[in-house]
Write a protein that binds this ligand. Structure first.
Ligand SMILES: CC(=O)N[C@H]1[C@@H](OP(=O)(O)OP(=O)(O)OC[C@H]2O[C@@H](n3ccc(=O)[nH]c3=O)[C@H](O)[C@@H]2O)O[C@H](CO)[C@@H](O)[C@@H]1O
Ligand SMILES: C=C(OP(=O)(O)O)C(=O)O
Length: 427
């Protein structure tokens, strides 16, 4: 397993270009199955989760090439509606195949998806939405078989604005007969990106970005070329890293409008932020101020995917902060690891009480999930001494070579890969 070795204490400085959004690219790649033909998607980041999605599409009979940051997909050979369990278990986003495969083939067999252990992560809202569109569902252990000759538009109300359920239902409804309305829909920017992509192919969807999405079913879609939005969570991660190391960083290819809640939080902590078009500049020379209360909630509120990274800044702040996590019940696993680095954090149910300390110290820590891993990297950059972050594969799910990205900003960070057995020479 790869490790990251970080020599901390150096302020980040310089300019970087932000990668395309994982959470937009994954449903868009799955949605490509709704069209028969060649689709080109630009600005697709080179990540483990993207590799898994492309492998699933190949397994279903598609041709897929990822060159630079462009994916060329030919879905005309798709001949299977069965996603093997081993592939389903490699990531949560394998669930995005359910809606498009059902719409294309009238049936789909999938298994409970895998992914980071950050909570229970049921799929009941996805299934309820598809049932409302007329699908029948049989569950046997972890296997789920879903079928319907022709889906019909319906009114779908989500008990919670689930991002994935909103996207799966949108994708299933695009080729359904008649109108579908999703109320209490999630409003994340990645849902707007999915709407733009599907509409570019001829779908008729309005409302993404609000809590009511309406889809008028169409007979067929036509292939297109499309560019994915910038990754707001990677942008936020680098912004927090710049602030935690008291550096000066310019981020290009961002969408500041997607980061309003983070910008507000960082400014309250005393971080200087300027925004100019798609450029964000972050600078900080002083110790951050504590923030009495941050609560993670669905967009446009503060994102759960930035909770662990911001906690590192609060761990170094002057005063006591409270971070409340309302989306995932298991998303405080970084706390134990940060404590090993000298942080003073107490968890009480879904709230973390963070007493800022003047400095963190390097230690060997373990990335337990994607964003927890990113937080530990930020802590390592800000800490005194050497930090080793283990289980880097979690971080590789969402950051394209994080050590290269941060290295361009002057970070002293190196990846250590285990020596393959056959290259060890025994004297
Ligand atoms: C690929 C992608 O876009 N991933 C994002 C997506 O995940 P994901 O789409 O999985 O997140 P959801 O919005 O669905 O989940 C939010 C909450 O709803 C619960 N839930 C969800 C579905 C369901 O059928 N039943 C149910 O109970 C989940 O357990 C969780 O507690 O949104 C999350 C919340 O912003 C982000 O952290 C993830 O980075
Ligand atoms: C939780 C995340 O992703 P996923 O839903 O793919 O597990 C994330 O991106 O932080």
């Amino acid at each position: 397993m790869d490790k990251l070795v970080i020599e901390g204490g150096k302020p980040l400085s310089g300019t970087i270009v932000i990668q395309g959004a994982k959470n937009a690219a994954l449903p868009i790649l799955a949605a490509s199955l709704l069209v028969d033909g060649k689709v080109t998607i630009d600005h697709v980041p080179r990540l483990l989760d993207i590799d898994v999605m492309l492998n699933i599409l190949r397994d279903l009979g598609c041709r897929a090439e990822h060159t630079g940051e462009t994916v060329m997909l030919d879905t005309s050979g798709a001949n299977s509606s069965h996603v093997p369990e081993a592939l389903m278990r490699q990531m949560r986003s394998s669930i995005f195949l359910m809606g498009p495969l059902l719409a294309r083939f009238g049936e789909v067999t999938i298994y409970q998806p895998g992914g980071c252990a950050i909570g229970e992560r049921k799929i009941d809202l996805h299934l309820q939405g598809l049932i409302a569109l007329g699908a029948q569902i049989e569950e046997e252990g972890s296997r789920i078989i879903c079928y319907s000759k022709r889906l019909r538009g319906a009114e779908v109300h989500l008990d919670f604005p689930s991002v994935g359920a909103t996207e799966n239902i949108m994708m299933a409804a695009v080729l359904a007969e008649g109108f579908t309305t999703i109320s209490n829909a999630a409003r994340e920017p990645e849902i707007q990106d999915l709407q733009r992509f599907l509409n570019t192919m001829g779908a008729k969807i309005i409302g993404a970005g609000t809590d009511t999405i309406t889809i008028e079913g169409v007979e067929r879609l036509t292939p297109c070329r499309y560019q994915v939005i910038p990754d707001r969570i990677v942008t936020g991660t680098v912004m927090v890293a710049a602030a935690a190391t008291r550096g000066q960083v310019t981020l290009q290819n961002t969408n500041p409008a997607h980061l309003t809640s983070l910008i507000h939080v960082l400014r309250r902590a005393g971080v200087q932020i300027t925004v100019d078009g798609d450029i964000i500049k972050v600078g900080s020379a002083i110790r951050p101020k504590a923030i009495d209360r941050i609560v993670t909630s669905p967009y446009p509120a503060f994102p759960t995917d930035l909770q662990s990274q911001v906690m590192v800044l609060l761990a170094l702040a002057d005063g006591v902060s409270i971070m409340k996590e309302t989306i995932f019940e298991g998303r405080f696993k970084h706390v134990d690891e940060l404590s090993r680095m000298g942080a003073d954090i107490r968890v009480d149910l879904n709230a973390a009480i963070v007493r800022g300390v003047p400095r963190l110290y390097g230690a060997t820590v373990e990335a337990t999930d994607l964003r927890a891993g990113a937080a530990l990297v930020i802590a390592g950059l800000a800490a005194h001494g050497k930090t080793v972050v283990e289980q880097v594969h979690h971080i590789d799910r969402g950051y394209a070579r994080i050590e290269s990205m941060l290295g361009r900003l002057g970070a002293r960070i190196k990846r250590h890969s285990p020596v393959p057995n056959d290259s060890i020479i025994i004297p």
